[in-house]
Every structure is written in C-alpha cells, then in structure tokens.
Design a protein around this ligand. Structure first.
Ligand code: F6P
Length: 542
C-alpha cells in the first residue's frame, strides 16, 4: 500500500509550503482583497473563517489533488455507506446512522435503521416516563438525582452537553457525571445526593471498564447502606454489551443498548447521552441530532473547496507535516463550551494519535497534532503570553457565538471583542519600530527605549481559524460536533491511519491490573519491571 509520503502530491504540498513560508499572512490579505470571503465557508449555523491561515487557493487545490490521489471520496463513501473502515476490529463506524433522518437500512447483513429506531424509541420512552414521574424509586417516590458513571467516550459527551445546554434548558434532574476512579471525585457527589432519591446510570460500551464498575460498586454500597430497599429499581445500564450488563445485575428493562459499530468517542448520539435526554427532554436531543445530520449531508455533498470538515482536516495535516507545528490550540469564547477542548482531545487524539499505518508500517510523518486549549478570556491571562511571543508555532482555533443568551450585551460585546482582538494580534504582531513609537509617546528614550521596544514587539504571522456559531442551540452543537468528527476521519485518511481503534490505551490498563495486586501485597512485582517502579511501590507500601 502506498504511503502518504510516497505520493507525488504530498511532495508538491511540501514544496508549496516552503514557498509560502516567505510570505506574511498580512501579505496574503494585501494581495487579495477578497481573501476573507474566498476563505470563509458556512454550513447551517456555523461560519468558519480560514483566511488568517498560511494558505491560498493553490493550497486547497493541491490538497484536492492529494485527496484525489488517495481516493478520499471513495473512503468517505465507505464510511457513510457502512462498509468496514475500522480494519483492526473489522467494523464499520456508523455513528452517522444515529442522527440521520434517513439511515442506511443495513450494514454487513445486519439491520441498521430499524435498530437505531428501536434503541432511540426505548431511550425516549424511558425519558418520558422518568420525567413524568412514572418510573419511581424503590420507595415509590420520584427520582431527584442522577449519578451517571462512565469514562472517556462514555462520559465526555454527556458532560459537554449537560454544561453547554444547561444555561438555556431547565434540568428535570440534578445530574452528576463521575468518571475518575479517584474517590475524591465520587465522594463529594455522594455527599450531595440523597440515596433514596438517586438513580444510578452505569454507562460503558464494553461494560468491563474498571473505573466505571468500581465506582458503580461504591455507589451501590452507599445506596444499600443508606436504606435503598431495591437496588435494581435504582439502576440503569447503557451499553453495547447488554449481556454483560445483565450479568452485572442490571434488569433487562433498564438496559439502554447501542450497537458495537458506534465507537466510544462517537457515542454521544446514542443512549450514552441518557442524562441529557432525561434532564432536558427528547425534543432537545432530537434537535441536536438534526444539527449533526445537516453537517453529515454537507460532508457528503459539498465540493472539496467548500467542505468544512475536509478543509479543517487539511489544515491539521498541513501545519503538522509541513510547518512543524506539534500542537493545535482551541479557545472557546463561550463559557458553556468549556468542556469542548476535553471532548475534542479524546475525539481527535484517541482517533489519530497513532504511529502506524492501517497496514502496520511505522509512519515517518506526523499524524495527530496534540490538541489542547481552554476558555477565553481566561486563557488570555495565562497561556497567551506564549501564543504571542513564544517560540512554538501553534495554529489556533477560536470558537465564539454571535448571539449570547444572557441578555448582558456589554459582556458579550467585550467577549467577542477579545476573541477578535486575539486573532488579529496573533496575525499582525507589532514591529520594533511601532513599539518604539508608542513608548516615545510615553516619554521613554535612550537605552531603555531600545530595550523595552524589543520586548514589546511581536513577530505576528501566527495563524488562526475563527468559527462563529449563530447561537448555542442544540442544533448548533450537533453541527459543531459532527463537523469535528468528520474532520477527524478525514485527517486520519490523509495520513493513512485507522482513526477507529485505540490500541494504545491497552498496555497501561493491563499493567495497572497487575500493579494493583502488587500494591495490595497479594503478589510480587514481576521481574521485568524497572527499579523506578519497584522503588515507588515500596515507598507507597511503606
Ligand atoms: O480506554 C479507552 C476507552 O476504551 C475509550 O475509547 C472509551 O471511550 C473508554 O475507554 C470507555 O470505555 P467503555 O465505554 O467501554 O467503558
């Protein structure tokens, strides 16, 4: 199988990058008065401005040629058509079927559309009955609290949605999402819930994950100790392994299943979002699904040069491979999106943080950049020093909402002004001459002037993309997350890896199981461990 770097088109991109490096971003704007409109693309409620990036129309055309060479269209058709795209696990990746108004009827001889409909019907039915007070706790009274246990893809999505939608939607339940095995996370939640009023939802695709099952045992013990008479009445399971949930003791009626072909980090479209549906209602969730469906259609049909997931994927590959950028930063200028960087970190880095091709060869090029980020304006008072004057090239993504929902115009104006100021400042920079002029205006002169002007100058020319959402509705959130999912898939295809497995997390899990017994003192540390681990264990035990 041909590697990305073996394609002539890859080499052409490399030469094109070298040629562009001598041009400042500002020069691109001067050369093309239509640059902003040429490089701003829209889909549904999203508007993405790529113009402050080190790209031109030629860059997009050259990526188009590379995409043709690797048959990106064919790969996309396979994904959306339900063919096997996860080769190591011989599975399709059919998260799009969960939100499609018209899902594919079947994949690999198994029904898809009917299954999705049944599973969603059960989720909505349970939600309606819970919200109507028809599903009751063991003492015959309604539930008040929900403790939702899951980790990774089984918690980051619902946590993101609960926060993002919580401002504009009243929650029918007091929802707590706990993922970490550290009981410092769980205990405060137990202290704040009344056990007899609490519904426990155990969410795990595999229903084998230690963190989730350990937390579940503790919550059940707490319920028992607090006088819950029928633990089953307080227990629900969300899983792609219903037989394991049954074995664990979840009553069949209380299991909300989803299919194996839904990847963990693509599962927030399924019953994994049960707390969101229970708290905010099925209509809100339907709107979220519809937003994703709109982007799925865009991804399937929009031409290459207008296709937002494809263009953003190209940018990642572009900067990581041809501009030596090891990371990408995401700053959200809407506090409600505060968990988006965490969510996308799993989506992107667990998907594309790989050093082997689909065929098992080591890559000699870059795959996923490290995604990190935070909330604006808070980050401006911490890491932005490095963004403006540091030595790394960090392509930035800014996300903001055109309309806020709080009615405080002054706050929103200032927030948006800050976001725009940051992207402009990163690009423009400030020359030593400009800095001097400013300082002279304040009466600074002589040696101090030279010294201060140097430290107050900014090289600029730092790239960013600005994503403006019309308003943070469930639909817009669906737009946004589906966009990043497809972006992640395309980036994986462009660098020749399988975005749909996560073998890299396994080794640590195996060793943790082994070391737990060693720390407890049940078994000796196996010989093949290093002296550092050995000494740390002795210290912990002592
Ligand atoms: O360890 C990584 C992982 O397998 C993720 O891919 C997944 O989202 C998470 O663990 C949780 O897995 P599960 O839903 O099976 O508990």
């Amino acid at each position: 199988m041909k590697l990305p770097v073996d394609y002539r088109e890859w080499a052409v991109l490399g030469r094109h990058a070298e040629a562009l490096k001598s041009r400042n971003l500002i020069d691109h704007f001067a050369a093309n008065p239509d640059r902003h409109s040429d490089l701003t693309k829209s889909v549904d409620t999203l508007r993405v401005d790529y113009s402050k990036n080190h790209i031109t129309a030629e860059t997009i055309a050259l990526f188009g040629a590379y995409a043709d060479a690797i048959d990106l269209e064919g790969l996309r058709a396979k994904l959306l058509g339900g063919e096997v795209v996860n080769f190591s696990e011989s599975r399709p990746a059919l998260h799009t079927a969960l939100r499609s108004a018209n899902p594919i009827p079947a994949s690999m001889g198994e029904p898809v559309a009917a299954r999705v409909e049944d599973e969603r019907a059960k989720l909505f039915d349970v939600a309606d009955r819970l919200r109507a007070g028809e599903i009751l706790a063991a003492d015959g009274k309604p539930f008040k609290h929900i403790i939702f246990l899951g980790i990774g893809g089984s918690s980051l999505g619902p946590a993101l949605l609960m926060k993002a939608l919580g401002y504009s939607n009243e929650a029918a339940f007091d929802v707590h999402i706990v993922s970490n095995i550290d009981a410092h996370a769980l205990m405060p939640v137990l202290n704040n819930c009344e056990a007899v009023r609490t519904l426990l939802i155990v969410a795990s695709k595999t229903f084998t994950t230690t963190e989730t099952l350990t937390n579940a045992e503790t919550v059940q013990r707490w319920m028992k100790d607090s006088g819950v008479t029928d633990l089953n009445a307080h227990l629900m399971g969300v899983t792609a392994a219903p037989e394991k949930a049954k074995e664990y003791g979840v009553p069949e009626d209380n299991i909300l299943p989803f299919a194996e072909w839904v990847g963990g980090r693509y599962s927030l479209w399924s019953a994994i979002s049960a707390p969101v549906v229970f708290a905010y209602g099925a209509d809100v969730f339907q709107e979220f699904l519809a937003g994703a469906d709109a982007v799925d259609q865009h991804f399937a049909e929009a031409p290459f040069e207008d296709n937002i997931p494809i263009l953003s994927a190209c940018l990642d590959v572009w900067y990581a491979n041809f501009w030596n950028a090891q990371t990408r930063a995401l700053f959200v200028y809407d506090d409600r999106l505060g968990l988006l960087p965490d969510y996308l970190q799993q989506l992107e880095t667990e998907s594309n943080g790989k050093d082997r091709t689909q065929e098992g060869a080591f890559v000699t090029w870059q795959t996923s950049p490290i995604l990190w980020g935070g909330v604006g304006t808070d980050c401006q008072h911490s890491v932005f020093q490095l963004m403006h004057q540091g030595t790394h090239l960090v392509p930035v993504e800014f996300i903001g909402t055109k309309h806020a929902d709080h009615g405080e115009d002054l706050h929103h104006r200032k927030l948006l002004a800050n976001m725009l100021a940051q992207s402009a400042a990163l690009m423009r920079g400030r020359s030593v001459g400009e800095a001097k002029e400013k300082l002279q205006g304040k009466g600074v002169s002589g040696e101090k002037l030279d010294h201060l002007a140097a430290s107050k100058s900014f090289r600029g020319n730092r790239p960013s993309t600005t994503i403006l959402i019309d308003r943070l509705t469930p639909r817009a959130l669906g737009n946004l997350i589906a966009f990043y999912e497809h972006k992640t898939f395309v980036a994986g295809m462009l660098v020749g890896i399988n975005p749909y497995d996560q073998m890299g997390v396994e080794l640590g899990k195996e060793l943790a199981t082994e070391l737990e017994g060693v720390i407890k003192g049940d078994v000796d540390l196996p010989q093949d461990y290093d002296s550092s681990t050995q000494a740390l264990i002795h210290h912990i035990q002592s």
